[in-house]
Design a protein around this ligand. Structure first.
Ligand code: C2E
Ligand code: MG
Ligand code: MG
Length: 675
C-alpha cells in the first residue's frame, strides 16, 4: 500500500493524476446511467445501450490510463508504440462489451459478478498492453505479486459494482456507489500496475515527437467520446426525469388542498414497501379519520372544515417519526406508512397519535372538538399482499368509526369479516339501481274477519350477481350511510305506485320510508309526483315509518308528514312495540294504522304478559279509532288469539309470503276482487 502511495506521490505529475481521476468519474457516472437504460430495454435496443456503455467505460479506462502514463515520471526517456496503443483501446472496448453482455444475462445468478470480473480483467489486459506500447530506453522489470494484486483488485471492485447495478432498483445512492467502485477499480488497477513496474535506464535517448502527438490526438478523441456519451446519457436522463415529473403530475399524486401525497401515491407506496421490505421486517399502516367532519361542515361551513382538515394534517406532520410516509387518502382521512418492529409498537404509536390529534382545535377563535378514529394494520402479519392489506385497513377503520367506545381498532377476524361485508355491500350498492338489480315484492295484509287482502306491503329485494340476494335489513342501513337510499327510495315509490294500479281498486300499497328520505324538504313533492305519474289514487298509498324517525327530528318530520297527509296519503306506524312505544306518537293523530312488531306477536302464545299488552293495545286502538295490524303472524294459534282479541288485520308468512307482482296477478281470485 505504502509503495503504491509512494509511486503516486513521487512518480506521477499531480495535475495529470487529477485529470485522470476526473475522467474516471465522468466516465463511470455515464456508464452507470447507460447500463441502467440497457437494463430496462429488450432485444436489439438493449444491446445498443450495452454497446454504448462499453464504448464509454472502455475509453474511460483507456484514457485515464494514458493520461496517467503521460504523467509518469520515468527514470529514462520514453515514447509510445502507436499500434499497440490503439490496440489497447480496442481491447478495452471489446472486452467491456463482452463483460457487460455477460453481466446482463438473466442466468446464472452470478452473471453480474462474472461480467464484472471480466470487465476488471479487460481493464487489466488493456493496462498491460498499453504498457507494452510504452517504450523506454532501459530494462523494464515487473513485480509479479503486484501485478497479481492489480488484476485481483480490478476484478473484485468491478464485480461488486456490476452486482449492485443488477441486483437493486435504481436509486441515487446505489448508482453513486457503483460509479465510485468503478472509479476505484480503474485507479487501483492503474497505480498498483505502475508500482509493479521498475525501469533500469540505458542512457539518454530523445523520444519521437510524432508518437507524443499520436498519443495526444488519441487521448483527445477518447475524451471527446466520453464527454459526448456522458452528455447523451445525461440528456436522456434529464428527459426521463422530466417525463417522470410529467407523469407524476398527470397521475396527480399530490392532493391539491393539503399538499400531501394522495390516495394513488399512498397505494403505490404500500405496494413498493410490500416488495422491498426484507423478510423479518415489518411496516404498519395507520389510517386516521376525522369522524365528525360532516357535523363540523354542517355546523361551521366548509371553509372552517377545510381549516380543520389542514390543522389536523399539520398535527400529523409534526407528530411524524422519521421515515414515515404520509398521505391524504380520503375526504377527512390521512394514512401513515412506517417501519415498526411489532404490533405493540404500532398500537403505541396509534394511541399517541390519537391523544395528539383529539385535542380541541382553536380555529378563528372557535373551539372545535375533533373526533379522530384510527385503524392500524401490520405487514406482513395482517396481510402480505397489498390489496388484502388495503381491505383489512378499511375494515379496521370502519370498525373504529362505528364504535364510539373504541376509537382505535386493529384487525379482529370476526369483527372485520362483518365490516368487510358491509364495505362490499356499500361498494356494490353504487350503481345497483342503474343496473336494475332491485325488485319489489309484496306481502299481503289480510283482514282478519273475512281473510280478504286489504293491501300489500312493498318489500325491497336486491339481487347482486356476486353477493347474491341481500336482505334489506343489511343493505338499507348501508344505503342510508352512503345517501343512496334517496334515489332508491324514489324508485320504490314510483314502482310501487305504478304496480299497484293493476290491483283491484280497494287494495292499498304500503311503502316503507327511511329517516333520510323524510329529511328531504321535497319529500311530499316526490310522493305527489309518484302518484301523478302512476295515476294511483292517493288514498291507496300508505307510507310506513318507524317511531324512531319521529323521535330524532320531531318538528321537521311532523311538517313533512302533514304535507304528505294533505295529499290524501295514509300513514302507518311500523314496528310498534320495539322502540320507545311512546303513547305520544299515537296521540298526535297523524297515523291511520299501527303495526305491532313481529317480535311482540311471537310471544303471545306463550307469555300471558304479551297477551295482556296485546289486549291493552287493541283497546287503545279502538279508543283512538286506529286500526291495528299484527306483523309476523306465522301460526294458526297466533291468528286465533289475535282474532279473539279483536285485532283488525294481520301480515305474516301464514297469510302470505312476500311475492312478485306477477305472482299476485296469478293468485288473484274472483272472491278477493269482488270484496
Ligand atoms: P318491516 O317494514 O317491518 O317489514 C317486515 C319484515 O318482516 C319483512 O322483512 C318481511 O319479509 C318480514 N316478515 C313478514 N312476515 C313475516 C313472518 O311471518 N315471520 C317473520 N319472521 N318475518 C316476516 P324484510 O323484507 O327482510 O324487511 C326488513 C326490513 O327492511 C323491513 O321491516 C323494513 O324496515 C326494511 N325495508 C324493506 N323494504 C324496504 C323499503 O322498500 N324501503 C325501506 N326504507 N325499508 C325497507
Ligand atoms: Mg314495514
Ligand atoms: Mg315492521
Amino acid at each position: 500500500m505504502i509503495s503504491i502511495l509512494t509511486c503516486i506521490g513521487t512518480r506521477h505529475d499531480p495535475w495529470l493524476v487529477t485529470l485522470a481521476m476526473v475522467i474516471c468519474l465522468i466516465g463511470a457516472r455515464a456508464t452507470v446511467s447507460l447500463v441502467r437504460h440497457a437494463a430496462v430495454e429488450r432485444g436489439s435496443v438493449k444491446y445498443a445501450w450495452i454497446f454504448f456503455s462499453a464504448i464509454v467505460i472502455g475509453t474511460t479506462a483507456w484514457t485515464a490510463h494514458s493520461v496517467s502514463v503521460l504523467g509518469y515520471i520515468s527514470d529514462g526517456p520514453t515514447w509510445f508504440d502507436p499500434t499497440l496503443t490503439i490496440g489497447s483501446l480496442l481491447i478495452s472496448m471489446t472486452g467491456a462489451y463482452l463483460a457487460l453482455v455477460l453481466a446482463s444475462l438473466p442466468a446464472p445468478k452470478a452473471a453480474p459478478a462474472l461480467g464484472g470480473a471480466l470487465l476488471g480483467l479487460t481493464i487489466a489486459v488493456m493496462h498491460y498492453t498499453g504498457m507494452l506500447a510504452y517504450r523506454v530506453d532501459g530494462i523494464v522489470r515487473w513485480d509479479p505479486h503486484m501485478v497479481a494484486v492489480s488484476v485481483i483488485l480490478s476484478c473484485v471492485l468491478c464485480a461488486v459494482a456490476l452486482g449492485i447495478l443488477r441486483a437493486q432498483v435504481a436509486s441515487r445512492r446505489r448508482d453513486l456507489s457503483a460509479s465510485l467502485l468503478l472509479v476505484a477499480a480503474m485507479l487501483a488497477m492503474h497505480f498498483t500496475g505502475m508500482t509493479a513496474m521498475k525501469i533500469v535506464p540505458f542512457g539518454p535517448v530523445q523520444p519521437e515527437d510524432a508518437n507524443e502527438h499520436v498519443a495526444a490526438l488519441a487521448i483527445a478523441i477518447a475524451a471527446g467520446l466520453i464527454i459526448f456519451a456522458g452528455s447523451f446519457a445525461g440528456l436522456i436522463d434529464s428527459r426521463n426525469r422530466r417525463e417522470a415529473g410529467e407523469q407524476m403530475a398527470a397521475l396527480a399524486l399530490v392532493d391539491r388542498s393539503t399538499g400531501f401525497p394522495n390516495r394513488a401515491a399512498f397505494r403505490a407506496q404500500v405496494r413498493e414497501r410490500c416488495q422491498s421490505t426484507p423478510p423479518g421486517d415489518r411496516f404498519a399502516i395507520i389510517a386516521m379519520d376525522i369522524a365528525n367532519m360532516p357535523a363540523i361542515s354542517e355546523q361551521f361551513g366548509t371553509r372552517i372544515a377545510d381549516l380543520v382538515l389542514q390543522a389536523t394534517g399539520n398535527r400529523i406532520l409534526q407528530a411524524r417519526k422519521q421515515g414515515v410516509f404520509l398521505a391524504r387518502t380520503g375526504e377527512a382521512r390521512f394514512c401513515g406508512v412506517g417501519r415498526v418492529t411489532n404490533r405493540a409498537e404500532m398500537l403505541l404509536r396509534a394511541s399517541k397519535l390519537h391523544a395528539t390529534l383529539c385535542r380541541d382545535l382553536l380555529i378563528e377563535g372557535i373551539e372545535i372538538a375533533v373526533d379522530i378514529r384510527l385503524g392500524g394494520v401490520v405487514y406482513p402479519d395482517d396481510a402480505a399482499e397489498p390489496e388484502l392489506l388495503f381491505g383489512k385497513m378499511q375494515a379496521v377503520l370502519a370498525r373504529a368509526i362505528a364504535d364510539p367506545l373504541r376509537p382505535i381498532a386493529i384487525p379482529d377476524e370476526v369483527a372485520d369479516a362483518f365490516a368487510r361485508r358491509r364495505l362490499a355491500v356499500s361498494a356494490a350498492l353504487r350503481g345497483a339501481l342503474a343496473r336494475g338489480e332491485f325488485e319489489l315484492l309484496y306481502q299481503p295484509q289480510v283482514r282478519i274477519t273475512d281473510r280478504h287482502v286489504a293491501g300489500y306491503e312493498a318489500l325491497l329485494r336486491w339481487h347482486h350477481p356476486v353477493l347474491g340476494t341481500v336482505s334489506p335489513a343489511e343493505f338499507i342501513p348501508a344505503a342510508e350511510e352512503t345517501g343512496g337510499i334517496l334515489s332508491i327510495g324514489e324508485w320504490i315509490l314510483h314502482t310501487a305506485c305504478r304496480e299497484a294500479t293493476c290491483w283491484p281498486e280497494h287494495q292499498r300499497v304500503a311503502v316503507n320510508v327511511s329517516v333520510l328520505q323524510l329529511r328531504q324538504p321535497d319529500m311530499a313533492e316526490q310522493v305527489r309526483a309518484a302518484l301523478a305519474a302512476s295515476g294511483l289514487s292517493p288514498d291507496r298509498l300508505e307510507i310506513e315509518l318507524t317511531e324512531s324517525l319521529l323521535i330524532e327530528d320531531r318538528s321537521r318530520a311532523h311538517h313533512v308528514l302533514r304535507q304528505i297527509k294533505a295529499l290524501g296519503v295514509r300513514l302507518a306506524l311500523d314496528d310498534f312495540g320495539t322502540g320507545y312505544s311512546s303513547m305520544d306518537v299515537l296521540r298526535i293523530g297523524l297515523f291511520d294504522k299501527v303495526k305491532l312488531d313481529k317480535s311482540f306477536v311471537a310471544d303471545i302464545e306463550t307469555e300471558p304478559q304479551a297477551c295482556a299488552i296485546l289486549r291493552a293495545m287493541l283497546a287503545l286502538g279502538r279508543e283512538l279509532s286506529m286500526p291495528i295490524l299484527a306483523e309476523g303472524v306465522e301460526t294458526d294459534e297466533q291468528l286465533a288469539i289475535l282474532q279473539r282479541e279483536g285485532c283488525d288485520k294481520v301480515q305474516g308468512y301464514l297469510t302470505g309470503r312476500p311475492m312478485s307482482v306477477s305472482m299476485i296477478a296469478a293468485r288473484r281470485d274472483p272472491a278477493t276482487a269482488r270484496a
